[in-house]
Design a protein around this ligand. Structure first.
Ligand SMILES: Cc1cc2nc3c(=O)[nH]c(=O)nc-3n(C[C@H](O)[C@H](O)[C@H](O)COP(=O)(O)O)c2cc1C
Length: 272
């Protein structure tokens, strides 16, 4: 079955799918019926632009059976300020209730984050999400071990990145890495992926905003990311050969909520 096809009874021959395809893989034949160009199937990566922009639901592609298609949210000017305020109100959250989220909530967040754009729509990333509280505690111990080893073996590096002072807080029983969050998600992908770090930043931002929309707090976890370079943490997570943990984010129900939006100062922009 071709990756793109048209329901002829609903296609109005408008050519929007032709304009929408980022790779120019669709053309209109002499009867203005959209079709895939020769050899296009191997180049189509199911980005879904043809389906998204089709005004009559005539376009279909492999992933997009009609029954599963949700209507896209349409722009409404009166909502703009609220959405902008939502974005500015998102804060890193470092205080959590010790209550795990349900599998249903986790899937809802992940399914939204799965819509993050990626370079070339290649979607090379995958998620590893610690759901189980015992595994979270095991991970806390492995990270504490990494801090300890790093301090002993690389004292200069440890001082520069405050690893020594964090270790002393861990030794006092403080969870400075996950801040008591019940979950952490790791964004993992091929280490040679050209857009790996950029794709990860976007994917985790989508994840973070999906959480925020559900009143779930998040914090990017830089130290947890760094410690995931060590082999025992890679093994614990099941990181494959030539895979890299690009970044981690801890999250859970908020025990504190922000009341104000802090000032960020002037925007460092150059207009040309
Ligand atoms: C790549 C990255 C790594 C981060 N690592 C940590 C971390 O290890 N611990 C932490 O408490 N916050 C971490 N943060 C959160 C930032 O400190 C936070 O986003 C910044 O202070 C701005 O605050 P806001 O998110 O509330 O606007 C990290 C943020 C990013 C983008």
């Amino acid at each position: 079955m071709p990756r793109f096809f048209t329901n002829l009874s609903e296609c109005i021959r408008c050519g929007v799918c032709v304009k929408a395809c980022p790779k120019g893989l669709i053309y209109q034949n002499e009867e203005n019926i959209p079709q895939m160009t020769d050899g296009a199937e191997s180049r189509c990566n199911n980005c879904g632009q043809c389906v998204a922009y089709c005004p009559t639901e005539a376009s279909m592609q492999t992933y997009s059976e009609r029954a599963h298609l949700e209507a896209a949210l349409q722009y409404k000017s009166e909502r703009s300020e609220t959405i902008l305020k939502f974005l500015k109100s998102r804060r890193s959250n470092r205080n959590y209730l010790p209550v795990p989220l349900s599998r249903q909530e986790l899937l809802k967040i992940l399914e939204t984050a799965n819509f993050a754009p990626s370079g070339g729509n290649n979607r090379t990333l995958r998620w590893i999400l610690i759901e189980d509280q015992q595994k979270m505690n095991e991970m806390r111990k492995l990270i504490a071990q990494w801090f300890d080893t790093t301090c002993r073996e690389h004292p200069v590096y440890s001082k520069r990145y405050a690893i020594d002072s964090i270790l002393s807080r861990i030794q006092k029983g403080q969870d400075v890495i996950f801040r008591g969050a019940p979950h952490v998600v790791y964004c993992v992908g091929p280490e040679k992926a050209t857009w790996g770090p950029v794709d990860t930043g976007i994917a985790l931002t989508y994840f973070n905003l999906a959480c925020e929309a559900m009143n779930i707090g998040c914090c990017f976890a830089g130290y947890a990311t760094k410690s995931a370079e060590t082999q025992n943490i890679r093994d614990f997570l099941g990181i494959g050969f030539e895979e890299k943990v690009w970044c981690a984010l801890c999250f859970g129900r908020k025990s504190l909520v922000p009341y104000r939006i802090p000032n960020r100062g002037e925007v460092p922009v150059t207009f040309l």
